[in-house]
Design a protein around this ligand. Sequence first.
Ligand code: SF4
Ligand code: FES
Length: 628
Amino acid sequence: MSAPTATAATPDLVTVNIDGRDIAVPRGTNVVEAARLLGVNVPHYCYHPKLPVVGNCRMCLVEMGVPAVDRETRQPVIDPATGRQKINWMPKLQIGCGTNATPGLHIRTATPAVRQARESVTEFLLVNHPLDCPICDQAGECDLQEQAIAYGRGRSRYIEDKNVKPKHTQLGPRVMLDDERCILCSRCIRFTKEIAKDDVLGFIDRGSHSTLTCYPGKQLANNYSLNTVDICPVGALTSTDFRFKMRVWFLKQTNSIDTESSAGANTVVWSREGQIYRITPRRNDEVNDTWMPDSGRLLYKQVRAENRLTTETPLAELIAQAKSLLTGAVAPGSSGMGDSPMGSGGMADPAMRTGAAAPSTDESSVPHNPHGRVARATQSIALVASARSTMAEQYLCKKIADQLGIPAGSIHVPAHLGQGDGLLVSADRTPNTRGALLCGLATGLPKQQLTQLAADIDAGKIKTLLVINEDLAEAGITSEQLAKVSIIYLGTHANATSAAAKVVIPTQTVFEKDSSFVNQQFRLQRSKAAIPGHPGTHNDLVVLSHILVGLGGHDFAGSPIAAWSRLSEETPELAGLDYLTIPETGRVLDSTRFAHLAFPETEGLHYKPAAERQEESGARMQESEARP
Ligand code: SF4
Ligand code: FES
């Protein structure tokens, strides 16, 4: 063995030698992963980094040797030819996926024996595999196709008839099986059993007649079923939604986030010419491993949904209408708003501009805006903001509230709660409750029913509502109450609130804009725009910026970067961060300020509620104290 690397001394690392090169790897790393760290590909099918190892495809066979030790003296045996410790090579090839790195382990991945083994395995796999690559949906991302070219013989000796197996078997509502293509790797079986905890798949029959199927009376219908399609190394499992829609090499990939809950699974959005074709998981070992829920994959359908809001009215006109309602709602004489760069068309009340007849107000009881002006609380406007909005949007909502002098009691952020599934759909069905807390938009946990707002409307206290992408009917506001107020609605889809609104400004989905969210772990994550905005919609940040400027506030030019630089200046947890430097795997923020809040999420993948974490660390401390 050659000289060990400096890192070999670190207790958690072991040094192995792969194709003549030493590498120190964490103890427990298997040979496939150790080789990957050196840039050496050990081809494999059944092995998957997030599933238990079964070792049934034999594609990862390599030569293995261990340092020779004298049986009697336990001293290293030195090879006189090299002066180094002799390596005892095993007489037969071993599987790399099932062998963990041990100190001094030697691996050879490019010898004639290894090459021959790979050719033989490939030949066996292709014996009954149909030659339908040109019409197979997996083309472009098929491990068998790629590895047959890289490691196969390049020709077939098989002249017999191939087995005929079931084709187009619907395993569940979203997954189709072509059994002839299945190479019996069992990844899908292990996934459903070990990860989704829904043991519905298995093999029947023997030898080359082995066939994947659902157990009698069962279906592959759980909310994680499409992960089997992702991990199937061939085209045996396909998505009924995506199959035959588009060749994958035509699609652009954009990193995004699953916004259906606060779990925040990392995703890739696949699009072409402004149209999204599918969403798949993006590996993040701290959040979602390589998985995501089926429900999150369908979110792209909201882009072209029938109830999508669009408008042909120019944005400037819509902003002027919104401003008119907002400024008209402010009590005469309030000096909360400056002159608008967009003109004074929205200043419906002349007293707004003149400051005449200003009622006497106790200035100590109203908020100060950051521009040094005093915004008088008018009590007649309420803001219904959203935990679905991005960080920058929530920040601008807060700025608008400050500018209008809306007191904290009239800023509402509705909660959307459901059952956590223990994996990647959490109880908080919004992606950014933590963002609303961080920027001060929410001062406590959101509530599902806006009872205070309903009471304020009934009492005639609230006359104008600025609503951001929330349906107040879902939050307990009745149609009679909606009819009593003037509503400015910014949102993506039609609902009872948009129907009752006086001004509707159609905005964009997460797929059409650059976004950032803070998930249940307080992990700040970024999502990029995958497609241009739908015709007739406007970027939320641009709309909010115009409203803010119209009210005399700071001009953020509708840019997440500009909003972020102010946001990080004003928020201690975001100090030093800006929109562009958020890492692809996210950044966990300090959550100490919110430790007293009882967030609704229960245990999920890579997430434990704070109380459980505290209990565990307490138990660990007790254990270590009890040790002699
Ligand atoms: S269907 Fe795909 S993932 Fe499942 S056993 Fe067959 S090849 Fe493997
Ligand atoms: S990848 Fe090792 S046996 Fe299949």
